[in-house]
Write a protein that binds this ligand. Structure first.
Ligand SMILES: *[C@@H]1O[C@H](CO)[C@@H](O)[C@H](O)[C@H]1NC(C)=O
Ligand SMILES: *[C@@H]1O[C@H](CO)[C@@H](O)[C@H](O)[C@H]1NC(C)=O
Ligand SMILES: *[C@@H]1O[C@H](CO)[C@@H](O)[C@H](O)[C@H]1NC(C)=O
Ligand SMILES: *[C@@H]1O[C@H](CO)[C@@H](O)[C@H](O)[C@H]1NC(C)=O
Ligand SMILES: *[C@@H]1O[C@H](CO)[C@@H](O)[C@H](O)[C@H]1NC(C)=O
Ligand SMILES: *[C@@H]1O[C@H](CO)[C@@H](O)[C@H](O)[C@H]1NC(C)=O
Ligand SMILES: *[C@@H]1O[C@H](CO)[C@@H](O)[C@H](O)[C@H]1NC(C)=O
Length: 359
């Protein structure tokens, strides 16, 4: 167990006191907050992003001529205006990337064989999934999101994101590009996303979780900005151990603390991953809600700065067992995580795999 204290310094006239940001999800506005909504079958495009049809105490007298999203924007404006100075509200639109070649490969080989062998390779004879690109299906999913945003802007006058943040992995860089291209966005809030190192997927030994270098990302997405200090090469992926859930949640909280302390806009877009959005939802106290590839979830967040020190207990990263040759079975659980290698090859748990990439 490692204990990470994550203090923020609040300066005052006399002394510096430590404080931290406490997050919660404001429920009652979105179907996704409701326990009875099934994430597996939920379609954000069939439900106005999940915004529940209702009237609000803040509805103005001309409410009948306003859309649900316009009236919800008034709710948020009211919350923001009424909030004490240590509280802020933000609406996060979190989008999962469309299907990538690694997703296709996991379906093709089955999850156990994928986890214990294929995921550690850069690809097979016909597909590459190291920092995977989108499949045609994934591109189509991102275009569905694009078309849906356009319809929300035109029909609902939805507030569009004021700032865009994107994971450094190719599938997200690409999804964001397709999702927000060609939209009638406000000229002062254009789609110029910031690449955030910590918005990446859960860092496993899989090559799909290893990012490309900054030079390459810039060459592919020249209009994107990088957050200050974004390293040229991937400093986090090891290929030997995998980030634990608690370590990932500590990382997600660091990411949120950074964004909530530096960005005072209300509507934000995150383009990220299923595992990472799951972790952010845990930090936000949102119910579990697994996104399908290409899906988007809005979350109304209350962030409150409170005095004291927040301590997050994190488990050290651990190696995952794997085979050095294709596995013989596809059991999903059991010893070594269901990784059953041929007789000649016991599961490897600690040594660097022979196909690991140089640093
Ligand atoms: C939703 O489910 C969680 C966990 O099962 C439970 O703690 C919570 O009270 C439920 N919320 C509602 C509104 O039913
Ligand atoms: C959600 O829907 C899926 C697919 O129809 C189904 O298999 C699953 O049991 C449902 N989950 C719940 C909690 O109802
Ligand atoms: C709200 O009502 C409209 C039609 O008035 C419908 O199209 C939409 O799906 C409803 N949204 C939800 C979340 O039920
Ligand atoms: C927020 O809305 C409530 C009604 O729900 C109202 O009493 C209050 O004055 C509003 N606050 C602001 C700052 O508009
Ligand atoms: C390689 O993996 C992809 C899925 O990513 C699959 O569609 C393809 O058939 C595989 N190629 C071979 C030669 O097995
Ligand atoms: C998306 O990428 C294409 C190809 O690089 C580029 O021409 C276009 O400007 C990008 N769109 C956005 C919104 O970044
Ligand atoms: C950056 O990545 C690209 C694409 O993978 C590669 O061709 C290039 O050599 C890398 N640059 C450096 C400095 O490693």
């Amino acid at each position: 167990m490692v204990c990470l204290a994550t203090p923020l310094l609040l300066s005052s006239a006399f002394t510096a006191v430590s404080a931290y940001i406490q997050y919660s999800t404001v429920t009652g506005y979105f179907l996704q907050d409701d326990n009875s909504t099934n994430a597996t079958t939920f379609d954000y495009t069939a439900t106005n992003f999940g915004l529940i049809n209702q009237s609000y105490p803040t509805d103005p007298s001309n409410a009948a001529s306003l859309t649900q999203w316009q009236r919800f924007a008034l709710v948020i404006a009211n919350l923001t205006k009424s909030a004490p100075s240590n509280v802020q509200f933000k609406l996060l639109f979190m989008g999962r990337h469309g299907e990538g070649w690694h997703n296709a490969a996991e379906s093709y080989y089955g999850t156990p064989a994928w986890n214990c062998y294929w995921s550690l390779l850069d690809g097979n004879a016909t597909a590459t999934w190291s920092d995977a690109h989108l499949t045609n299906n994934g591109i189509a999913q991102a275009l569905v999101a694009n078309k849906f945003w356009l319809s929300r802007i035109q029909e609902q006058k939805i507030p569009t994101p004021q700032k865009y943040y994107v994971s450094p992995l190719y599938r997200c860089l690409s999804t964001a590009n397709l999702t927000f291209s060609g939209l009638p966005l406000p000229p002062n809030e254009p789609f110029i996303p910031t690449v955030k190192a910590l918005l990446r997927e859960s860092i496993s030994e899989h090559t799909c979780d290893r990012r490309s270098n900054k030079t390459y990302i810039h060459s592919q997405f020249p209009t994107y900005k990088f957050e200050p200090g974004f390293p040229e090469t991937d400093q986090l992926w090891t290929g030997v151990t995998a980030e634990t859930n608690s370590a990932q949640d500590a990382r997600s909280k660091t990411l949120l603390d950074n964004i909530f302390s530096t960005d005072d806009s209300t509507y934000l877009s995150f383009t990220s991953h299923s595992g990472e959005i799951g972790s952010i939802l845990r930090v936000l106290g949102h119910r579990t809600f697994s996104l399908n590839t290409g899906a988007v979830i809005p979350v109304l967040v209350k962030a409150q700065k409170v005095a004291g020190l927040s301590t997050i207990s994190t488990q050290a990263w651990t190696p995952s067992p794997h085979c050095t040759v294709p596995p013989v079975t596809s059991v999903s659980t059991g010893t070594n995580g269901g990784c059953v290698c041929p007789n000649s090859a016991a599961p490897v748990t600690t040594t660097l795999p022979p196909f690991a990439v140089s640093t």
